[in-house]
Design a protein around this ligand. Sequence first.
Ligand code: HEM
Length: 274
Amino acid sequence: MRLTAPRDGPLVRRQALSTRLTHWIWAVCLFFLLLSGLQIFMARPDLYIGQQSGFAFDNSILSIGASYIDGAMRGVTTVFGHSFDTTGWLGAIWGSGNLEAKTFPGWLTVPSYRDLATGRVVHFFFAWILVATLIVWLLASFLNRHFVRDIVPGARDIRELGADVADHAKLRLHHRRRYGPLQKLSYFFVLVILLPLTIATGLTMSPGMNAFAPWTLDLFGGRQTARTIHFFCMLSLVLFFVVHVAMVVLAGPWNELRSMITGWMRVEPEEGGR
Ligand code: HEM
């Protein structure tokens, strides 16, 4: 089992400046987008499928709220018709010794108190920076061949996928010049599918975009479905983030971080030659 970075291998240039800069910019953007997005979600803490939402419709798939049960306030989260007591975490939150009806605790939103207007300003500000950063990453990655060489999985990656999954299961992590098959697949999924889908469903919720391109509403099955897809994209990004940071820690955080800050990474001795 090799959990830490190799000590005896050569230092190789692993990440281009454009890859490093864009990576840290979108990490900051996604942090603020998540917390401001949860602030916006608090204005209507329910998710629906379809074109409509409201009391007259039975199309909610998730709902977070507070209820009085035996005279006491409880936080209740309902997912696909199944209700869970989430007091203290979702729906009913402790504040100055008392439970208050609030979707999320203050540390999960920006701003920490209820303020939809500021949440929207923060969200749209970082959303446009994220869009610009992705465009820069895409252009730079086409020009320096990072996209084709390191992100798009090739036939060889598909062939080696089984062995790579087995190595990860045994926590035998490799330190090579190039990304492994699982790395390529997960980065491809995030950069080419998840982030563009998050941006497209976000734009579909904008009235200005609906006037300019009404077909986006049909494409995503209506505004409410677009909002639900946007929410699940957010959950997937959070899941990716947790696994991503865990892998960085397991692979040897200093070597990994050095590669994403300075561009240089220490690899296995047999990776020495070009
Ligand atoms: C939401 C936040 C984040 C997202 C979406 C994200 C996504 C990604 C993606 C897509 C790549 C590949 C980039 C490319 O090759 O063009 C990458 C690489 C990397 N990320 Fe992140 N990242 C995030 C946060 C972080 C954090 C907080 C850390 C540090 C703990 C980190 C450390 C790294 C490292 C070290 C690499 C290079 C891996 C390697 O060379 O093997 N990332 N990340």
